[in-house]
Design a protein around this ligand. Structure first.
Ligand code: GLU
Length: 305
C-alpha cells in the first residue's frame, strides 16, 4: 500500500503547479506550493503514508467538523440546527450575499464561514479561552495526539486580516444568530482555524467518523452514531464549498477541505484519509489533494455511491 501511495503522489504532483497558495491570510503564503502528501488509517489499525506526509499545516476549515461535533454534544441537534442550516451553497465559502438575501436568521450550513462562526458561538465555556481549550482538548482526543496545538503566526495573521469574517459575524449579531460578544467568538474561530496538524492527525479524525463515532485505536465512543452519520452527510453536500457536487462526482467520499491545503476524508467502515497540498484551485480546495483522492477512490474502490 505504501508503494501505491508513493506512486499516486508522484502521478499527481504536477497538479500542484496549477494551483495557488492562499494569500488572503498572509502567513499561509509562506507554505511550499509543491508539497503533496497522504496518510491512510484503516479501521483495523494499519497506517500507510506517501509523499510529504510529515508536513505540518493549519487545518483551517477542517476545524468546522470538529466544532460542529462539539456544538452538537453541548446543545443537541435541535438547538444547533435552529441557528444554522444544512443546505449546500453555490457561493464561495466566505460569501456574505446569502446572509442578507436568503437567510438572515440562519446561515446556510456549518461548513461555510458564516455557519461555522455561528456554530462555534454555541460551544460551552466560561469565556473564549475556556471554549477554545475544550475545542483543543476534543481535537487532541479525536486525533489521539496530545501535542496538537495552534500555529501562533497563522493565528495572528488571521486575526489581523480577518475583516471579511468580522463582517459576517457582526451581520449575524445584528440578526440575532450570534448572541455572544462577537470579538470573543471570532477569536475562538481564528484559533480553531490555526490548529496545526499532519495528514496522520486528520486521517485519524476521518477514521473515527468512518467508524461511526468510535476511536478505532481505543474503542472509545466520542460521538453518537447518528451524529457521525450526519456529519459525514454534511461533508458530502457541503464539505468542499461550492465544488461539493463536482467532488462527489469525481471522488465520492465524504470529505472536508481547508485553505491550508488539507483534505480530511472518511470512507465509511473502511478508513480515514488525510491529504495535504497547499496549492489551491479557484474554489479554495487543494488542487493536488483532490486528484490524489480521485485516484485513490478509483484504485481502492472507495466511492460510497
Ligand atoms: N480561516 C479561513 C477563513 O476563515 C478558513 C477558510 C477555509 O479553510 O475555507 O477564511
Amino acid at each position: 500500500m505504501n508503494k501505491l501511495l508513493e506512486s499516486v503522489i508522484e502521478n499527481n504532483r504536477h497538479w500542484t503547479q496549477k494551483g495557488k497558495l492562499a494569500t488572503y491570510i498572509p502567513e499561509l503564503a509562506k507554505m511550499n506550493s509543491d508539497t503533496l502528501g497522504v496518510s491512510i488509517i484503516t479501521l483495523d489499525g494499519e497506517e500507510y503514508y506517501g509523499g510529504d506526509y510529515e508536513t505540518k499545516f493549519t487545518i483551517q476549515s477542517i476545524s468546522k467538523i470538529i466544532t460542529l461535533m462539539l456544538a452538537l454534544l453541548d446543545n443537541g441537534r435541535e438547538r444547533v440546527f435552529s441557528k444554522v442550516g444544512v443546505e449546500p451553497t453555490a457561493d464561495a465559502f466566505n460569501s456574505i450575499i446569502n446572509l442578507e438575501t436568503k437567510s438572515p436568521q440562519k446561515p446556510l450550513n456549518p461548513m461555510i464561514n458564516a455557519g461555522a462562526i455561528a456554530t462555534v458561538s454555541l460551544i460551552s465555556g466560561k469565556d473564549g479561552e475556556d471554549c477554545f481549550k475544550r475545542i483543543l482538548n476534543f481535537t487532541r482526543k479525536i486525533t489521539g495526539n496530545p501535542s496538537i496545538s495552534i500555529n501562533e503566526d497563522v493565528y495572528k495573521s488571521e486575526k489581523t486580516t480577518g475583516d471579511r469574517n468580522r463582517s459576517l459575524a457582526y451581520f449575524m449579531k445584528s440578526t440575532g444568530v450570534i448572541e455572544q460578544d462577537v470579538e470573543q467568538v471570532l477569536d475562538v474561530y481564528f484559533k480553531q482555524c490555526s490548529i496545526e496538524a499532519t495528514c496522520k492527525d486528520i486521517a485519524r479524525i476521518g477514521a473515527m467518523l468512518a467508524n461511526d463515532g468510535v476511536l478505532p485505536w481505543s474503542g472509545e465512543r466520542v460521538v453518537s452514531r447518528s451524529t457521525a452519520i450526519m456529519v459525514k452527510t454534511i461533508m458530502v453536500t457541503c464539505g468542499l464549498y461550492d465544488a461539493s457536487g463536482q467532488f462527489a462526482v469525481e471522488v465520492g467520499i465524504p470529505s472536508k477541505s481547508g485553505v491550508g491545503g488539507g483534505i480530511l476524508a472518511a470512507v465509511p467502515s473502511r478508513m480515514g484519509i488525510g491529504v495535504i497540498g497547499p496549492a489551491l484551485d479557484s474554489k479554495g480546495n487543494s488542487m493536488g489533494g483532490i486528484k490524489v483522492l480521485a485516484e485513490l477512490s478509483k484504485e481502492l474502490d472507495l466511492n460510497i455511491f
